[in-house]
Design a protein around this ligand. Structure first.
Ligand code: BES
Ligand code: MN
Ligand code: ZN
Length: 485
């Protein structure tokens, strides 16, 4: 989509299929338009058709003496109650209204009485992109044409341009993550993810993409990761994306994504209900891809490494069995008591592998446990870390981006739930605190790292309407932008 900035002049002279006016309740007493436009709005307010309450929309199909073909009034609520969240809601409602009227271009007023104009520009650019997303990859019907051209009525200074670029790149990154999460397991295989990463690498000379195959992983001693792909005919892939936007010597931020392109549970097979949704067990990987897309598009001046541990988890005669003991790349042996706890088995080897990049910090992102959905629902990702200062940064990035996480405990008291009689560690910790013990498992492999883990089992997917959310690309990008500042 083409999104541009244009210094606002007389609103009635602005040509567009639709002039979008986000207005607070107070704005209705001192309208920003000229006489004709203001008179029309005043009549609608008097009649009670528009009150300016949060996320209310009213499409005026025409308005006399206006160069725009239509006007869309959007309520922002009371001026001092407007925050990033309520602004997002109103902007989303506005883009939905444009979609309902099948409009391909619009001009939006940046309201000088709420938030900062950069915050508005970034939110509008992001939501315009995510609002345009449609899933059609495995449908015979073609995509409906969406918004093609958006003008934001604000001065095009450096800060505004930066906000626009960031908002748009984040929106596109979120869409990348949604698309990968939505693709069926027979489309989005580990090899498909590797191909997508390679294609991204070709778009930027700052991004080097390497794909490790199973032979290479065996040489590296990744017996834990390979125990997950053992039952599948699709080969596992370890996808490594090295973005260098900073000095060569600068330590990178490392993102590690769980990329189980279908999780049947393996021999510890899952019940049939909703098993189809386990195609989204690669949403951690999808968020890494989304973030790497945005980082390369913005050419951030930092170093970032994205690592994706991609595999299927299927039962077969060659599949790993409950009770099997495997040896991880770290040398620690693992008793696989439940083959459905496979995410941690692929992640532990990917985390050990990440040490070679001498990271400033490592974040793994994973649809790791159903227990996290029980604990936090769909509103917050579970955040675990071995470093409280680092955790605070991520929590703040979540708040600022509206893509929130909640700090969960990683206390030593939980560790003994992972004791095994036949290996250094068991891969499950019993029925209590399942999300915590999964994080405890990962913590055994990150002792040499500043590390955080995001359990996104609840936040990456919505069951109604069914689909991937693109979270936590917003949180990750806010954190990376903070690192780049
Ligand atoms: N991919 C699942 C976790 C999951 C469940 C994600 C529901 C999204 C929605 C993971 O691999 C898994 O199966 N975890 C088990 C762990 C258990 C065997 C200790 C779980 O949560 O039941
Ligand atoms: Mn599983
Ligand atoms: Zn899984």
């Amino acid at each position: 989509m083409q999104i541009s900035l244009k210094a606002p002049s007389t609103l009635s002279r602005q040509k567009s299929a639709c002039l979008v006016l986000p207005l607070t309740v107070e704005d209705l007493k001192a309208l920003p338009g000229d006489a004709t436009l203001n008179a029309a709005i005043e009549r609608l307010v008097k009649r009670g058709d528009f009150s300016g309450k949060g996320a209310q929309t009213l499409m005026l199909p025409w308005c006399d003496a206006l160069s725009a073909e239509r006007v869309l009034l959007v309520g922002l609520g009371e001026a001092d109650s407007v925050d990033a969240k309520s602004y997002d809601k109103a902007a989303t409602a506005a883009f939905n209204a444009l979609k309902t009227h099948k409009l391909s271009d619009a001009a939006v007023l940046i309201n000088s009485r709420v938030l900062s104009s950069e915050a508005q520009i970034s939110a509008l650019a992001r939501l315009a992109e995510t609002g345009n997303y449609q899933y059609t990859a495995s449908l015979s019907k073609k995509a409906e044409p969406g918004l093609k051209k958006l003008i934001l009525l604000a001065a095009g200074n450096a800060a505004a341009k930066k906000a626009l670029a960031q908002g748009q790149a984040i929106g596109q990154g979120i869409n990348v993550a949604r698309q990968l999460g939505n693709l069926p397991g027979n489309y989005c295989t580990p090899s498909f993810l590797a191909k997508e990463a390679k294609a991204l690498g070709r778009k930027s000379d700052k991004l080097k993409v390497t794909v490790l195959d199973e032979k290479k992983m065996r040489e590296l001693g990744m017996g834990s990761l390979l125990s997950v792909s053992a039952g599948s005919d699709e080969p596992a892939k370890l996808i490594v994306m090295e973005y260098q936007g900073g000095k060569k010597s600068a330590k990178p931020q490392v993102l590690v994504g769980k990329g189980i392109t279908f999780d049947s549970g393996g021999i510890s097979i899952k019940p049939g209900a909703k098993m189809d949704e386990m195609k989204y067990d690669m949403c951690g990987a999808a968020s890494v891809m989304g973030a790497m897309n945005a980082v390369t598009a913005l050419e951030l001046s930092i170093n970032v490494v994205g690592i994706i541990a991609a595999s299927e988890n299927l039962p077969s005669g060659r599949a790993t069995k409950p009770g099997d003991v495997v040896t991880s790349m770290s040398g620690q042996t693992i008793e696989v008591l439940n083959t459905d706890a496979e995410g941690r088995l692929v992640l532990c080897d990917a985390l050990t592998y990440s040490e070679r990049f001498k990271p400033a910090a490592v974040i793994d992102i994973a649809t790791l446990t159903g227990a996290c959905v029980v604990a936090l629902g769909r509103h917050a990702s579970g955040l675990y870390s071995n470093d409280d200062t680092f955790a605070e940064k991520l929590l703040a990035a979540g708040e600022r981006s509206g893509d929130r996480a909640w700090h969960m405990p990683l206390w030593d008291e939980y560790q003994s739930q992972l004791d095994s009689n036949f290996a250094d560690i068991a891969n499950i910790g019993g029925p209590e605190a399942g999300s915590v013990t999964a994080a405890c498992f990962l913590s055994r492999f990150t002792k040499n790292l500043t590390w955080a883990h995001l359990d996104i089992a609840g936040t990456a997917w919505l069951s109604a309407p069914k689909g991937a959310t693109g979270r936590p690309v917003g949180l990750l990008m806010q954190y990376l932008l903070d690192c780049a500042d």
